[in-house]
Design a protein around this ligand. Structure first.
Ligand code: ZN
Length: 214
């Protein structure tokens, strides 16, 4: 199903529209096993499931989409036989958003304010600013990026009418835009440090860099 193509290893079990017109999708993880949180060993002895958790995902046809999932838990045979809830790559723990939705929030912050994004995406101000904060100076998984073509460096205004800006770096390749990083400020030094952190083989794939702020 295309709409969840950016969420690997899940299957839709049930879908309904709630009274507010939001789509609620109950999904299951088709991935088996996880790593023990205590000893790090790969484990696959199932030991029940966690509570239902819900993440907001990308809208479909203007409707908000929420994914409900009970993640499997696995038991290890190391000291104390601890259980570990499966870790899935497509969400950020405790954020309430899938990574795809977080990316969307960050992209809509470009040349906008957090307050405006909160209204536009129907998310609270605190949650939007939480997404920005969490992504500041986060290390980039360069291995997942094949080429960059066009780099965009834009500003995010943290407060309306305030001169407090962070910078957001995006990469565009084959018409796909992705957020590469959120920088703590937009000074020359910070931007330069970030650009130098791009691995050489990717850096040479960059054809244009756009700075969209003064
Ligand atoms: Zn263990």
């Amino acid at each position: 199903m295309g709409l969840l193509s950016d969420l690997p290893n899940i299957q839709i079990q049930d879908a309904f529209e709630d009274r507010s017109g939001n789509y609620i999708l109950t999904v299951i993880s088709t991935e088996k096993g996880t790593h023990c949180h205590k000893c790090g060993k790969r484990i696959d002895k199932l030991n029940g499931h966690g509570e239902f958790i819900e993440w907001r995902h990308l809208d479909i046809l203007g409707k908000q989409v929420y994914l409900r999932i009970r993640l499997p838990r696995y038991q290890c045979d190391c000291d104390g036989q601890p259980t570990t809830t499966q870790h899935v790559r497509w969400f950020t723990r405790r954020s309430g958003f899938t990574k795809a939705f977080e990316q969307r929030i960050l992209l809509s912050c470009i040349n906008s304010t957090i307050a405006d994004v909160a209204i536009k995406e129907k998310v609270s101000y605190e949650l939007v600013s939480g997404v920005v904060d969490r992504n500041i100076e986060k290390s980039v998984n360069w291995e997942s990026i094949k080429k960059l073509d066009v780099l965009g460096i834009d500003e995010i205004s943290l407060k309306k009418g305030n001169q407090d800006f962070v910078a957001i770096v995006t990469g565009r390749s084959d018409d796909k835009i992705q957020v590469l990083g959120v920088l703590k400020d937009r000074t020359k030094h910070t931007v330069k440090q970030f650009l130098l952190s791009i691995p050489k083989q990717l850096r040479i794939s960059v054809r244009y860099v756009f700075f969209r702020y003064i």
